[in-house]
Design a binder for this molecule. Structure first.
Ligand code: HEM
Length: 444
């Protein structure tokens, strides 16, 4: 293990040519968790590319808060930009403030309240379609819930239906492709491998479907009370709003950033409740009191306290956005190290959430650590990132997840259908693959 002249430690175990690609593809979480033992700033190699992993909460905060110096960039962001266009999640600092101002109104409290009514309908439809004794594929069911709800929030017009279906079909290949393309060396990215071809095809189909929806909205000229109408209206009203390409990129970004992460969070929460029947029972006591067996609504949220803490603890243990990148635009100082311009930095909510120095007993599922009287280390809980680039959909996701989880528990008892732990598939999000759960005791 070596520390270079800039003060950055090099992680051991890099192989010629591929660097740390093997552990990063095979068991990235374990690999990440070994890094803090080498230092606060640890360099790893992805093939020929180098990246510095930031291993302390206060240094991660410094990176997140200085978004001009530590701009969006690095392999994952480049791939997201390539897949979705330069939307909110991948655009550079120079375009970000204007883009964020245009999209932010769609996530106001008034809008969230309206979206909550759509969420209630979708949660009701899903949870009443199950029958007692049935085994459900939770990952697929939560994906359906998140995609139906988010797609309806973005475009409600009936004419957009077929495009929504196409995008939903394409998204899994897009998610898988973005991660693979980010970790593959450039040469492998360009080869006509089946996975590369699947990704290209899915990306092009989704792209065309969103374009078609935008032109349908333009043609009918109506306001549908959804995010797309709002973005088009901003453009018309201000003249200086978003271009058509930017609107396209925003819609793709909201679909991709919103659906999978929310679905994944709900799937992990279900898994944890199966693993911890005591917490599930406590949650049932709360939901029996607040909901009986009806579907949760916006008005119930203040009283669904334990449900909210279960979701928070789930996001700590399994943060869907587990690895994120930045690029330095100038030379900068982080801790005692000098970081040259054009350096890729990695911050990992997973790594920070699982470091016992900042989150004691990191493997324990303990929703009560989020009770107001418990002390937290500043910056040690970052499932939504931070600073100006913090997730725009954080409240949306928390509302949907809290309402969905409490309704599920109010209506059904959950247990693992097989003994196997769900297989973790780290893609752009930390994915629980094929989680089978038995639902019983239907009471509606
Ligand atoms: C549990 C669910 C979610 C998690 C864990 C999550 C996580 C994150 C994280 C970590 C970031 C920051 C990325 C970075 O620092 O590079 C982010 C940004 C973003 N998220 Fe989320 N997200 C979730 C749900 C959503 C939803 C529901 C939407 C929209 C419908 C959304 C839209 C976005 C957008 C547009 C950005 C970019 C914001 C900007 O740069 O201004 N996310 N998300």
């Amino acid at each position: 293990m070596a520390t270079d002249h800039t003060g950055i430690t090099h992680a051991p175990g890099a192989l010629p040519i591929v660097g740390h690609l093997v552990p990063l593809l095979r068991d990235p979480l374990r690999f990440l968790n070994t890094l803090p033992s080498y230092g606060d700033l640890v360099q790893i190699r992805l093939g020929p590319q180098r990246a510095v992993v930031v291993c302390r909460p206060e240094l991660v905060q410094q990176v997140l808060l200085h978004d001009r110096t530590y701009d969006k960039g690095g392999p994952i962001i480049e791939r997201i930009g390539n897949a979705l266009g330069d939307g909110l999640a991948s655009c550079p600092h120079s375009a970000h403030r204007r883009q964020r101002r245009s999209v932010q109104p769609a996530f106001s409290r008034t809008c969230l309240r309206e979206y909550a009514a759509i969420m209630t309908e979708e949660i009701d439809a899903l949870t009443s379609s199950w029958s007692g004794g049935q085994t459900i594929g939770v990952d697929a069911q939560m994906y359906t819930l998140a995609s139906d709800t988010i797609a309806r929030t973005l475009f409600t017009a009936e004419a957009a239906g077929p495009a929504v279906e196409t995008v939903k079909e394409c998204l899994p290949d897009i998610f898988r492709g973005i991660y693979q393309q980010a970790v593959f060396p450039p040469l492998l990215r360009r080869l006509p491998l089946p996975s590369n071809l699947r990704y290209e095809r899915a990306r092009n189909r989704a792209w065309a479907a969103v374009s078609k929806t935008i032109s349908l909205y333009r043609q009918d000229g109506e306001t549908h009370g959804d995010v797309l109408s709002m973005l088009l209206k901003t453009q018309d009203d201000t003249g200086g709003g978003l271009s058509d390409d930017e609107i396209h990129a925003q819609i793709m970004t909201l679909l991709v950033a919103g659906i999978e992460s929310t679905a994944v969070a709900l799937t992990w929460a279900t898994h944890l409740l199966c693993q911890h029947p005591d917490v599930q029972e406590r949650l049932r006591t709360e939901t029996a009191d607040v909901l009986g067996t009806r579907t949760a609504t916006w008005e119930d949220l203040p009283r669904l306290d334990l449900a909210r803490r279960v979701i928070t603890e789930t996001l700590r243990i399994y943060p869907p956005g587990w690895i994120l990148t930045r690029t330095t635009t100038t030379e900068s100082r982080l801790a005692d190290a000098v970081i040259p311009p054009d350096t890729t930095l990695i911050y990992s909510p997973y790594l920070i959430h699982h470091d016992a120095r900042f989150n004691p007993r990191p493997s324990a599922f303990d929703p009560d650590r989020w009770l107001p009287e418990q002390q937290q280390v500043r910056g040690a809980f970052i499932p939504f990132g931070g600073g100006a680039r913090k997730c725009i959909g954080d409240n949306y996701a928390l509302i949907l997840a809290t309402m969905a989880l409490s309704t599920i528990v109010a209506r059904w008892r959950l247990s693992h259908a097989d003994l196997q732990r769900p297989h973790i598939e780290p893609r752009v999000t930390l994915n629980p693959h094929k989680l089978q759960v038995r639902v019983s005791g239907g009471s509606i």
